[in-house]
Write a protein that binds this ligand. Sequence first.
Ligand code: ADP
Ligand code: MG
Length: 240
Amino acid sequence: MIQVTDLKKNYGQLQVLKGITTQVAEREVVCVIGPSGSGKSTFLRCLNQLEESTSGRIVINGHDLSDPKVDINKVREDVGMVFQRFNLFPHKTVLENVMLAPVKVRKMSQEEARKQGMELLNKVGLGSKADVYPDRLSGGQMQRVAIARALAMNPKVMLFDEPTSALDPELVGEVLAVMKDLAKEGMTMIVVTHEMGFAREVGDRVIFMDQGIIMAEGKPQEIFEETQNERLRSFLGKVL
Ligand code: ADP
Ligand code: MG
């Protein structure tokens, strides 16, 4: 579903991604861990073209992003993204938030978008909140709406950038549960997370990024229990 080859990203003189090569298969859940500043967010932002990469190749669902003939907006529609901060539209109700993109971008009818929106809100356990405004929701509820909103575009891949880092500890579980359900349904996912329990349990594969490279990559057991990589061991020592 995703192929990344020697992806590099510089900001001026600063080399943030120094040659990332990896693949993500359809239905695979890849968790990305690593210290702050290692380039995890930049990597995700390159994948959905919020950032232009400096060099390298990204192919998503058969579309080469560097091919000038590729319609980046179409490719972007295949990639749902959920950020640390739930950037819901405050002046729209929960349901309107979920309906907006399908109506505007996909030209879906109001009626169809409403039906789909309700299905998605029920899926994330928030059908009863359809008509309230985001400021009435807890952080965990807002983040579940953000997931429903991303799903409304029927993406092929979902990217999550620390979706639970801004939440009070007691709200983390409800968001992880929704993500776990999504993984079980076979969604292809890349999840940047500090939740090592989630990475271990739900991840098919774990990528450890450090200083702009993939320092280690493997099955959760290989990463969390068997690694001999010193930098990874030191990182895990701090977060576990
Ligand atoms: P992570 O998500 O792993 O914490 P980031 O991808 O956010 O790391 O950042 C990696 C590095 O890139 C950091 O040194 C950060 O300061 C730098 N960086 C990120 N975005 C920008 C930007 N828009 N302009 C300049 N430097 C940036
Ligand atoms: Mg980040």
